[in-house]
Design a protein around this ligand. Structure first.
Ligand code: AMP
Length: 581
């Protein structure tokens, strides 16, 4: 395997020979340069070679396979109006099917690419119409893809590229045989691309059987030399995407950095975040790759002189920046490669001073954090997002410190004397303690201590190393029972086996079972599609004739119940509640 080169080998999207329509879409999305996995995967994919890539969510792997698919689509499909898809992307969950198909749609908008997600849990009629109408790229969960192949509503005869995305995750969910069956049906002369966050033997054997002389790509393993690693306190917060701006604001309030740089992936993100942070009372400055030297210098000198507290930048924009005063580096997203993480945090912790590196990760990206920990051989502590109460306590501490400083400095040199009259006249009417309280309140408020009372959900991640086996509770069903007709026995009703439940998990009752055609993939798909959980957060699943039981982390149970109550399973509504013991 060739390790991915580090961040300094600047290659642009144009260097990758992408056509103008795609370059325009990427610029529009604010992507400034390809991520390492894109640099490595796009050329061989465009050359038609099979590819085996080790990459987790957050590395930019979707664009790494989507852009070559779209290139080939534009080159080969041209004016022919075939209705059958040219590319098939298999993904483990409904959530990912929607996400990947939206991404391909965005990149391929100017090429008129027709992309359809198909997954369990959505009424089949809509999918049938989309397939009938004509489609270029199908992004599907394996179970539902196989259903359509069986019904002859998904025709693989024109398929030139098959992508297996998050292959280890698909195997964990019991899709191994479905994947085999689909690959058997796809034309033999196709190009096959497999991405997986881990490379256990089962993935190697699928690759051995179905990929032809693949180019292998993996995240670089180069660990920093001893002594090279900076003295940096590293922590991460796992936050659902929609709460990230609020979470960042709160973390910064608690950390109160003297000078920080916040890294974002795209220019748009830089702009939005700069605006949000300014709205929260920070003096934040955006730094773009497209800015001229003079504008950059201006921003830098504002940070140096303390006129700005934060710089919000993309990697490209921050290249070559050297700021002595920096105390904090914030990764608003998990960097796309460990090298980029090391590079970013190397900007603090210089000359023996302690620096702080903070990373915000979406629940799906927690594996990328683990990869970074492994490669850098440094621990990143996952912390809870400060609560409203934490923030209030911290704000009061800051106010107390400010008042104390004034007392220490000004009381001695008489700087407080001119306010004596104010206090004395007020004490005719009020108790002196009340006067002090009112004055402190004013200080507190004028110092911009905003009242932020939105609670940010605490996402619990599973502890411990990942293996290529399904988790204990899930092993019951995942390998053998995924497919209807293969399942024998199992719980006949409440009181079946395995009732004790796993620690930290809440068991939910869903009032639809085998008779309604429910399969584990449908439940996982509905949960990951409707809530903030990822496929790996879902625990043991049991499917009985008339109901199903599924475990979710305790902390997420209420959210999942609320979300599933409005969801449909195979087009049907179901009773959803906590399972009573
Ligand atoms: P993925 O690993 O494919 O899930 O992508 C993670 C995130 O990175 C998505 O939000 C993409 O929009 C974003 N992304 C992908 N490629 C780039 C790039 N070259 N520059 C900036 N952001 C990117």
């Amino acid at each position: 395997m060739s390790p991915i080169p580090d961040d300094d080998d600047a290659i642009s999207f144009a260097d990758l020979n992408l056509r103008p329509e795609l370059l325009k879409a990427l610029t529009g999305l604010g992507y400034e340069e390809p991520t390492p996995i894109q640099r490595e995967a796009i050329p061989p994919m465009m050359a038609g070679t099979d590819l085996l890539g080790q990459a987790a969510t957050g590395t930019g792997k979707t664009a790494a396979f989507a852009l070559p698919i779209l290139e080939r689509l534009a080159a080969e499909r041209g004016a022919t109006e075939s209705r059958a898809p040219m590319a098939l992307v298999l993904v483990p969950t409904r959530e990912l099917a929607v996400q990947v198909s939206e991404a391909i749609h965005k990149y391929g908008r100017d090429l008129g690419a027709r992309v359809v997600p198909i997954y369990g849990g959505q009424p089949i009629g809509r999918q049938l119409r989309a397939l009938e109408y004509g489609v270029d790229v199908v992004v599907a969960t394996p179970g539902r893809a196989l259903d359509h192949i069986g019904r002859e509503t998904l025709d693989l005869n024109d398929v030139k590229i098959v992508v297996l995305d998050e292959a280890d995750e698909m195997l964990d969910m019991g899709f191994a045989e479905d994947i085999e069956a689909i690959l058997e049906q796809a034309p033999a002369e196709r190009q096959t691309v497999l991405f997986s966050a881990t490379m256990p033997p089962r993935i190697e054997s699928i690759a051995g059987a179905h990929l032809r002389e693949p180019v292998r790509i993996r995240m670089g393993r180069a660990a920093p030399e001893p002594g090279e690693a900076p003295l940096v306190r590293q922590s991460a917060y796992v936050v659902p995407r929609s709460y990230k701006p609020a979470a960042l604001g709160r973390i910064l309030d608690i950390e109160a950095p003297a000078a920080a740089i916040v890294f974002c992936r795209t220019r748009d993100e830089v702009d939005h975040l700069t605006e949000t942070l300014n709205g929260r009372g920070y003096r934040a400055e955006a730094l773009h790759g497209g800015m001229g030297q003079e504008a950059r210098d201006r921003v830098m000198s504002r940070l140096r002189s303390g006129t700005a507290d934060l710089i919000v930048a993309t990697d490209v924009a921050a290249r070559g920046l050297d700021i002595e005063q920096l105390t904090h580096v914030v990764n608003y997203d998990v960097p796309s490669a460990p090298e980029s993480y090391v590079h970013r945090i190397g900007r603090v912790g210089r000359a023996g001073r302690e620096g702080v590196a903070i990373t915000l990760a979406e629940p799906r990206e927690h594996r990328m954090l683990k990869t970074i920990e492994r490669v850098t051989r440094q621990r990143i502590e996952v912390l809870k997002v400060p609560t409203v109460a934490d923030l209030r306590t911290r704000q009061l501490e800051l106010t107390r410190a400010a008042v104390r400083e004034t007392l220490l400095q000004d009381a001695e040199n008489g700087g407080l004397d001119r306010f004596r009259m104010v206090v004395e006249t007020l004490t005719d009417e009020f108790d002196i303690l009340e006067v002090a309280l009112a004055a402190v309140k004013l200080v507190h408020e004028t110092n911009g201590m905003t009242d932020d009372d939105e609670e940010i959900p605490d996402v619990q991640l599973r502890a411990g190393p990942r293996t290529d086996r399904p988790r204990d509770g899930a092993r019951d069903f995942r390998d053998g029972r995924e497919r209807p007709g293969r399942r024998d026995g199992g719980p006949a009703g409440p009181g079946g086996r395995g009732r004790a439940g796993n620690p930290g998990m809440t068991r939910l009752f869903i009032g639809l079972g085998r008779r309604a055609g429910i399969r584990p993939g449908d439940l996982v798909g509905a949960i990951t599609g409707e809530s903030r959980l990822g496929g790996r957060d879902v625990g043991a699943i049991e499917i009985a004739d008339r109901f199903s039981l599924v475990e979710v982390p305790d902390a997420a149970a209420e959210d999942v119940i609320a979300a599933l109550r409005t969801a449909t399973f195979k087009g049907k509504k179901a009773t959803v509640r906590r399972e009573r013991f």
